[in-house]
Design a protein around this ligand. Structure first.
Ligand code: C2E
Ligand code: MG
Ligand code: MG
Length: 590
């Protein structure tokens, strides 16, 4: 055994030759298999040598990029990669690794023979050390459809579906970019906030699809009146925004505002057989410093737009710092007021309403009080309602606050009745804001407060100011009728200040008129005020309504009111509004 030659040392025997041939055949077969695999896979397989020259490209080159494999030298090189993607692809070569799990992939736009860009996904393997390759193996596949779908998703996320304009997110993004450009180069950019005038009327009277048509037309007009590089966006509803960069001065921004307004309004919008002139109110805010925040700028422009609405619509206004101060104060008040509601720092004071005939206390008006500081500070630092109710109305906070007032006032009257019996007022009055009146759940809310307290409906009087009633007469008539049907009493507050005509007055199901204190103030001094009060008393008698004079401070006012036939009064002469516990004491002591 020891001297028998081994297969590796001695001359080949017939057996080893056969084995070698078999091995070669297998190699060839495997090579063929491999070649056929490479030739037939749909992915493009490329071998690139160390110098970056293409050594081999599989036939998929034609399917993917239109080139014959014989044209491989022209099939793929730096010039055929999109300039924006070239760096990324080069770096993928630099960082390529030998084969292993989780090979990284890179996408790059690659030029098709037909001149279009295709998105290819490249996976690059470093086989420079492999003697059979001595280069990189690149596997590429076409992912254009996936990329297009991705891009479409991104587009949808950043654009308004109706008008195709950028949406708020994209607008804020562009504004952020414009602001950061100011860091590198001082300049001026302007934000325009646009809100269509009376769009709600269009929607309500002509329908939503007409509203949509108007929005699309406005979007096109805005877009059409801008330079390249400016952005028009739809923020939502009937609100649009425009961003203009690189302005020479503020004057240029004003010209743009004029142009935007004119672009919208100069031609009527054709709508199924009719034509509609649409106008827009515009607020302008300027970006001059890179530390300005996009959201804040948009809010500034919004505040200026609000001013344009106030001043008659179809115009533009510039934002100024006084507006900002007001807007900030409004936000602060809203935040502290909200927490006051949650933390129980709101309270009600009650002002007696007395019968002039016998001085009997017949009612009590609940008046909201807010102690912004600590409850321990006592009754001195109360903020008057005039300072915060307007904010609560604007922000809608008046709705939960109003509900609280209603429940609290009903609970108080029920309590007084329990403790003081006959001495308790017949009813409690609360003030209703326009926002509350417009809510469809108003009657439910009132009913629940009555149920919770056990009071009958006629123990509650709801006061609505004349100006709120005049704001939307049909809405007010509907809401008051529903309340009336419930059985609560209804008073028109601040009567005489809201220009209601007799015709309107007859439509409202009211029980009582409260003469505004401004007319009462002049009684005993100013004959014109006396004439107004006399007229209101006469009107009330005609319509069978009770009259209450508000803000009675001096005895001579009282005398004149009696002489004029007024039946009831309220005012500091009798009592100023009292915190609940003081009012309860008044009832007990008489
Ligand atoms: P209002 O309903 O007309 O209330 C009468 C206002 O006249 C009260 O002002 C009251 O304190 C004040 N007043 C009473 N007697 C006299 C007087 O002899 N002389 C003068 N100069 N004023 C007198 P207040 O409490 O500041 O409330 C102002 C307004 O705020 C109320 O006017 C009402 O419109 C609104 N308000 C008050 N509480 C609420 C509430 O809970 N909800 C709503 N929505 N509004 C409320
Ligand atoms: Mg009132
Ligand atoms: Mg009043």
């Amino acid at each position: 055994m020891a001297d028998e030659p081994s297969a590796s040392h001695g001359p080949p025997t017939a057996g080893t030759e056969a084995r070698l041939r078999a091995a070669l055949q297998e190699l060839e077969a495997s090579e063929r298999r491999f070649r056929s695999l490479v030739q037939n896979v749909s992915d493009l397989i490329i071998v690139v040598d160390r110098a970056g020259r293409m050594q081999y490209a599989s036939p998929s080159l034609q399917r993917l990029l239109g080139w014959e494999p014989s044209e491989q030298d022209r099939g793929l090189n730096g010039e055929r990669i999109h300039p924006d993607d070239l760096r990324r692809l080069r770096s993928a070569f630099v960082h390529a690794k030998p084969p292993g799990p989780n090979m990284p992939v890179t996408t790059a736009r690659t030029l098709h023979k037909d001149g279009n860009w295709r998105w290819l996904e490249y996976s690059i393997t470093d086989l420079r050390e492999d003697p059979s390759v001595r280069g990189y193996v690149v596997v590429a596949r076409d992912v254009t459809e996936r990329k297009d779908a991705e891009e479409q998703l991104v587009h949808q996320a950043l654009h308004d579906a109706l008008t195709g304009l950028p949406n708020r997110a994209l607008f804020l993004d562009r504004l952020g970019l414009a602001l950061s450009r100011l860091e590198r180069r001082p300049g001026l950019a302007a934000v325009f906030f646009l809100d269509l005038d009376y769009f709600k009327v269009v929607n309500d009277s002509l329908g939503h699809s007409a509203g949509d048509e108007v929005l699309v037309a406005v979007a096109a007009r805005l877009q059409g009146s801008l330079r390249d590089g400016d952005t028009a966006a739809r923020l939502g509803g009937d609100e649009f925004a425009v961003l203009c960069d690189d302005l020479v001065d503020e004057g240029e921004a004003l010209q743009i505002a004029e142009r935007l307004g004119a672009a919208v309004a100069s031609q009527p919008v054709p709508l199924a057989g009719r034509e509609l002139v649409v106008t827009v109110s515009i607020g302008v805010a300027f970006a001059t410093r890179p530390d300005q925040r996009p959201e804040a700028l948009l809010r500034d422009a919004d505040a200026a737009m609000y001013r344009a609405k106030e001043r008659g619509r179809a115009r533009y206004e510039l934002f100024d710092s006084a507006m900002r101060a007001r807007a900030v104060a409004r936000l602060e008040t809203e935040a502290t007021l909200r927490s006051a509601l949650e933390d129980g720092r709101l309270s009600l004071s009650y002002q007696p309403e007395v019968a002039l005939r016998d001085g009997r206390l017949i009612g009590a008006e609940a008046l909201l009080r807010w102690r912004p500081g600590t409850p321990a500070a006592g009754g001195r630092d109360l903020t008057p309602p005039s300072e915060f109710i307007a904010v609560a109305e604007e922000t809608g906070l008046i709705v939960p606050i109003g509900e609280w007032v209603l429940r609290e006032a009903c609970a108080h009257l029920a309590h007084w009745r329990e403790v003081s019996g006959d001495r308790a007022p017949d009813r409690v009055s609360i003030n209703l804001s326009g926002r509350q009146l417009a809510r469809s759940d108003l009657v439910d809310v009132v009913e629940r407060a009555l149920d919770a307290s056990g009071l009958p409906p006629n123990a509650l009087c709801m006061e609505v100011t004349e100006s709120v009633l005049m704001d939307d007469i049909d809405l007010a008539v509907g809401a008051l009728k529903a309340l009336k049907a419930l059985g609560v009493e209804i008073a028109i507050d601040d009567f005489g200040t809201g220009y209601s005509s007799l015709a309107h007055l007859r439509r409202f199901p009211v029980d009582m008129l409260k003469i505004d204190h401004s007319f009462v103030a002049g009684l005993g001094r100013n004959p014109e005020d006396a004439a107004i009060v006399r007229a209101v008393v006469a009107l009330a008698q005609t319509l069978d309504l009770t009259v209450v004079a508000e803000g009675v401070e001096r005895p001579e006012q009282l005398e004149e009111l009696r002489a004029l036939g007024c039946e009831r009064a309220q005012g500091n002469l009798f009592s100023s509004p009292l915190p609940e516990h003081e009012f309860a004491q008044l009832l007990v002591s008489g």
